[in-house]
Design a protein around this ligand. Structure first.
Ligand code: ADP
Length: 481
């Protein structure tokens, strides 16, 4: 099949979260399965520079009207491991601080930015030279593509017959904008109704993706069920029910070559399932880096996360006092909401020597934390799939997770199934329930035989993309048939 991914981020070019991990790895898994895949992204000049990615300027560009301005959009190309990325340049829109906004916020003209990107991406797709079988779109930034394709791009022979797949990576970010943009951006206004892109009098890009894509997927089977309920549906549960025959859940894999403790060049010493000795060296490295006392028998807890309500950071904060009183060590890496950043900084100052907080986004530090800690915390209120727990397990760090979404589907609770357990679950989004699960994990940590079994199972867990990529292929094929 000839498959085109259109997305707003992809690792290692530009990353704010799990979406980038997926768009960075799934196309390669599809390519390895024999398909032809191209990935189209915005040209984030400063992110590429930061990530040491060199793009080649192509002798091609697209002219596009948007909001009363004719824009000239040059194209760039990156080739990585045999995969082709086409990048759309528009420096005043994409060469900014942050992918979606400064310091985790959102730019006011985000709809302009991504509608322009969507339209140019469709033009680029139409001119790739071969008819496209599948256009795979992701999250609200590309939610309008199925509608644009069906209404305004039918004259392009190479793209008119493409099937669209829309993947919801996080239903909480829907891309809702004032209706005035409808006319300013020339969106098909006859689709601004209850069954289309209208949402309480505003434009909702995610709703448009759900309404017009040929197939809708989300990133785990449990989340696919959860979003049909008022608790997780973010006010779209009724609408999703209406389209439920086209909805399925396919759990994310992990780029196991990029995240591999046996070959990771950042961590202090490499290790793997058959020889975990290097992990102890990585723990010492982390303890030293964080200013903790170096001791093998002290459990090092960690969290690497966007600091957002979704991630249950309040549950973490509520427990810091008691974990410090018990002598545990805690390493936190994250950025996001200013209140959480402030509270975590104060707690780290108060408990210096046992708690460390680094505010920012830093993949190298993330790797050292995944490798050097014992227990990884994911107290998420909801979690479509979650990549952090997959990375933690791959690095032999046992996850404590709230049983929701993809965390249910990827981490096996040790207390409920001792022979298969790879981590610890808790159900209530309450600090006491979270603490009880951490205590179970610490008890297991203090039993070297049990701990080594849990850890080995976690490292050996098959998180490769192969079976999930196969599920996407089946989804694509069912549309083409
Ligand atoms: P989400 O996409 O909701 O943020 P996921 O667990 O799906 O959460 O993916 C998060 C990804 O971002 C993981 O690869 C994680 O390692 C990475 N990450 C999150 N915060 C940071 C940070 N501050 N520094 C480096 N990597 C981070």
């Amino acid at each position: 099949m000839n498959i085109v991914f259109i997305a707003s981020e992809a690792s290692p070019l530009a990353k704010t979260g799990g979406l980038a991990d997926v768009v960075g790895a799934l196309p390669r898994a599809l390519m390895n399965a024999g398909h032809h895949v191209t990935v189209i992204l915005p040209f984030y000049r400063r992110e590429l520079y930061k990530n040491n990615i060199v793009a080649t300027a192509l002798d091609q560009s697209v002219e596009m009207w948007a909001d009363g301005v004719q824009r000239h959009c040059p194209l760039h190309e990156v080739r990585l491991n045999g995969l082709r990325y086409l990048l759309i340049e528009q420096d005043d829109l994409f060469n900014r601080e942050g992918v979606y906004g400064p310091a985790g916020g959102a730019y006011e003209d985000n709809l302009l930015r991504f509608v322009l990107f969507d339209r140019v991406a469709l033009e680029v797709g139409a001119n790739l030279g071969e008819p496209i079988d599948v256009l795979h779109c992701h999250d609200w930034q590309t939610g309008l593509i199925p509608l644009l394709l069906k209404t305004q791009y039918q004259h392009h022979a190479n793209i008119a017959g493409a099937k669209t797949v829309y993947t919801i990576h996080n239903l909480a970010y829907q891309g809702v904008f004032p209706v005035l943009w409808l006319h300013r951006l020339g969106l098909p206004s006859h689709h601004f109704h209850l069954g289309g892109l209208e949402f309480h009098g505003q434009i909702n890009c995610m709703k448009a993706g759900i309404a017009y894509a040929d197939a809708i997927t989300t990133v785990s089977p449990t989340y696919a069920r959860e979003i049909l309920t008022p608790e997780y549906g973010c006010q779209l549960e009724g609408f999703l029910h209406h389209h439920v025959e086209r909805l399925s859940g396919i759990v994310n894999g992990l780029d196991v070559e990029h995240w591999d403790p046996e070959n990771d060049v950042v961590i202090k010493e490499n290790y793997g399932a058959s020889n975990m000795a290097g992990k102890a060296v990585c723990k010492i490295d982390l303890q030293q880096h964080c200013g903790f006392s170096v001791a093998e028998d002290i459990p090092v807890l960690s969290i690497i996360s966007r600091l957002a309500d979704q991630k249950g950071i309040d549950l973490l904060i509520s427990n810091v006092g008691r974990w410090m009183a018990r002598g545990y060590q805690l390493a936190v890496l994250g950025s996001g909401d200013l209140h959480s950043e402030h509270v975590l900084s104060s707690l780290a100052a108060e408990h210096g020597g046992n708690m460390y907080f680094y505010r920012g986004f830093d993949e190298a530090l993330a790797r050292r934390i995944y490798a050097g800690s014992d227990i990884f915390l994911m107290p998420s209120r909801f979690e479509p799939c979650g990549l952090g727990q997959l990375m933690a397990m791959r690095y032999g760090t046992v996850p404590v997770v709230r049983s929701t979404g993809g965390l249910c589907d990827t981490v096996v609770d040790y207390p409920s199934g001792k022979q298969q357990g790879t981590g610890f679950h808790f159900a209530d989004a309450h600090p006491d329930a979270f603490d009880a699960a951490v205590e179970s994990a610490v008890d297991a940590f203090r039993n070297p035989t049990a701990w080594s079994r849990i850890r080995t199972r976690a490292v050996k867990r098959d998180s490769t993309w192969e079976s999930s990529a196969q599920a996407y292929v089946q989804c694509y094929e069912s549309l083409i048939d």
